[in-house]
Design a protein around this ligand. Sequence first.
Ligand code: SF4
Ligand code: SF4
Length: 361
Amino acid sequence: MRFPIQDTAWFLIIKAHAEHITTIRNGQMIVSKLNENYVIHDDFSVTPLPRVIRLEASSVCNLKCMYCPTGTKHNNSRGKMNMEVFGRIVDEIKSYNGVDVAVLYHGGESFLNKNIFMMIRELRAIGIRLIKANTNGTVFNEKMLIEIIESGLDSITFSIDGLSPQENNWIRKGADYFEVAKTVKRLIILKRQMNSQTPEIHIANTQIPDEETILSEKEVSTPRYLLDDFAEFKDEVIFEQYYTIKWPGYECSAEYVLVGPPSAGLVEPSNYCDHVVQLITFRWNGDVVPCCYDITSEYVVGNITVQSLAKIWNNERYRKLRKSICNGNYMPMCASCQVIRRNFIWRNEMRKVNLNFVKGS
Ligand code: SF4
Ligand code: SF4
């Protein structure tokens, strides 16, 4: 079996592009159904330009989640994207008119950027078909919730973790489960009142696996407390759940244990990654990184404020990265990435405390 990976945007991409997902397999492209053939050339350049962009509206965050490079200060590049950088990105993607999907999320809380709604509107105005954002759900007031709906955002994912409200609060330091749940419910009610189909509302639940779970390769499922609490809204919320992974750039200290299931090891086939073919990520300061896993800018491939997207997409660093994946000579970032190799992170001692939370809930 395959364990689900943690990144929700990955699934969004697969859902959004199921009809024309392409991959690098053994150095060859799988041709898209829509005949929009992505081609990887001999020199590992790829055509056409990416269809999916990720924008880091903010890498600043108000929480301190225990598994996150941002929450634990492993992410040293912090800031909020200004409209100049955003405008530069918009100009670039407008010029080739090939982007279908925009994900407003990378290493922090996107809604801490006061320009986020302007960004959403502008992305829609230039014809982006699907616009998605992720949030910790702690920064909204009523006006912002209404703006979420009015902006035309297609999909929003709230992160709520653990197997109980108490465990959520322990993992997501600074968040209160009941407050976040109240916000999600309020957004649903506002959608009803405003007769709006959008945004689609997701709740992403990350669980810290214990040893037994990992060894038995038990499939991750929606926790009972969420199903019960949202029973009244069950048709208006989509639950997703994942096990905690180790993010590239996140150094495990002695108190953390990095474990894998019995089938741990390379994911098969391990010589392809859709991210480097279809997707590009812009950090808040214009730095371009190859994927959603690179929260700590381990492998910056360029900067959109000084280079064109076309130049960056097929520059030497990008081609080197693609080649390393195809050949199995992974960069450090890729070697521990869920796309290539399964791994999970948990904190043994504290997990016991968590289990008490679960029992007591
Ligand atoms: S809310 Fe998100 S970005 Fe912020 S610390 Fe938690 S996981 Fe990291
Ligand atoms: S870390 Fe490497 S293998 Fe993983 S998603 Fe990023 S580019 Fe692909």
